[in-house]
Design a protein around this ligand. Structure first.
Ligand SMILES: NC(=O)c1ccc[n+]([C@@H]2O[C@H](COP(=O)([O-])OP(=O)(O)OC[C@H]3O[C@@H](n4cnc5c(N)ncnc54)[C@H](OP(=O)(O)O)[C@@H]3O)[C@@H](O)[C@H]2O)c1
Length: 335
């Protein structure tokens, strides 16, 4: 599998990054079903066999549980791979420098390692102050406990605050896929300007872009929390909006037909399309079984005709959702 460098760093990553939110050690969360550790183990083994060298996890995924599972599954292969993790698991009391240090300590312990290759701010609302955060990240970098740092879910103003604190970071991890375009309006151009690589998360819109769901009710309840779905679709919804269910499923049907005509699986078309977008260095995809990862690693060259049809299928959704990139909430958490 090919590699590309993140930002101006020496981190050389595969275009497919394995998302480890699903690694819950057999305990379901509000979004993902229980995944026994043996299944996570077989997914990690498959990833390494296929040439995937990039893994994304976070403190917030089960309060270090996902990191623990990843550390255990990697075993003595830690130095062969690049681990991205994140701090930030609460909003009400944002992280001060000492909280970041403690969070990293617990992450290193869980991951069974003494360094994280890419340490990310999970959400801008989770930090106390940009200058304090940048200074602490640089201090942890100087200590060798993190090799590089990046951000997630940062809008243009959030990025500017980090740039003004003289520490933009090498990556911005963002929600981006054929059914979710808001980052295209302002955020991607800002990433290009500042040489920040984009890591695209939920690249299959949590399974919708595999084509296996035909109507909203087919989608597991925890995944109906996003702004694609009506606020009443699940009691866990936080956005309070009407959603765009008809448009979403119409777009999925058009993508299904366009891909069907060319014999390209929808997941392949979706991930391949994403990897050609501005500054996207890697797509972070989660899996519930190794066979899915095998399928998701099949990147293809898409025909001009298919690209045109994918754009036509999703243009309406792009204008409906506008430029708020937050998949779960109104425009209050990212600016
Ligand atoms: N920074 C952030 O704020 C943030 C937010 C969200 C996610 N992330 C990261 O991004 C990663 C990926 O995002 P995500 O998990 O939200 O969504 P995703 O990667 O778009 O979807 C993952 C889910 O889709 C299904 N799937 C995957 N490949 C498939 C295939 N080939 N055929 C059929 N179904 C398939 C699986 O669920 P089923 O088999 O159960 O249907 C899988 O768990 C996460 O693991 C996490 O590391 C980061």
């Amino acid at each position: 599998m090919q590699r590309s460098l993140l930002g101006n760093s020496d981190l050389s990553v595969s275009p497919i990054c394995l998302g480890c939110w699903q690694f819950n050690g057999g305990k379901a969360d509000e979004t993902w079903p229980a995944q026994p550790i043996e299944v996570s183990q077989s997914i990690v083994n498959k990833a390494i066999e296929l040439g995937v060298n990039f893994f994304d996890t976070a403190e917030a995924y089960g309060m270090h549980r996902s990191e623990e599972v990843l550390g255990q599954c990697l075993g003595n292969r830690r130095s062969d791979v690049i681990i991205a993790s994140k701090f930030g698991a609460r909003i009400k009391t944002p992280y001060k420098a000492t909280d970041i240090e403690e969070s990293l300590r617990l992450s290193l312990e869980a991951l069974r390692t003494d360094y994280v290759d890419l340490y990310q701010v999970h959400w801008p609302v989770m930090i106390n102050d940009a200058k304090e955060t940048v200074a602490e990240l640089k201090r942890l970098q100087a200590k060798g406990q993190i090799k590089h740092y990046g951000v997630c879910n940062f809008g243009v103003e959030n990025m500017k605050e980090f740039i003004n604190a003289e520490g933009a970071g090498i990556t911005n991890q963002l929600p981006y896929n054929l059914l979710w375009h808001p980052v295209e309006f302002e955020i991607l151009p800002e990433c290009v300007k500042n040489n920040m690589s984009v890591l695209a998360y939920s690249p299959l819109q949590q399974g919708l872009l595999t084509g296996k769901f035909y109507k909203p009710e087919d989608v597991p309840e925890g995944r109906r929390r996003t702004r694609h779905f009506n606020k009443d679709s699940t009691s866990m919804s936080r956005h309070g909006q009407e959603g765009a269910e008809d448009q979403t499923f119409k777009a999925i049907q058009s993508i299904r037909e366009a891909c069907g005509k060319e014999g390209v699986p929808m997941a392949t078309a979706s991930l391949s399309w994403l990897l050609k977008q501005q500054n996207v260095a890697s797509v972070i995809v989660g899996c519930s079984k190794p066979e899915q990862l095998e399928q998701n690693c099949k990147i293809a060259q898409l025909s001009q005709e298919l690209k045109k049809q994918l754009a036509e299928a999703t243009d309406d959704l792009k204008s409906t959702f506008g430029n708020n990139p937050d998949m779960w909430a109104p425009s209050s958490r990212i600016y």
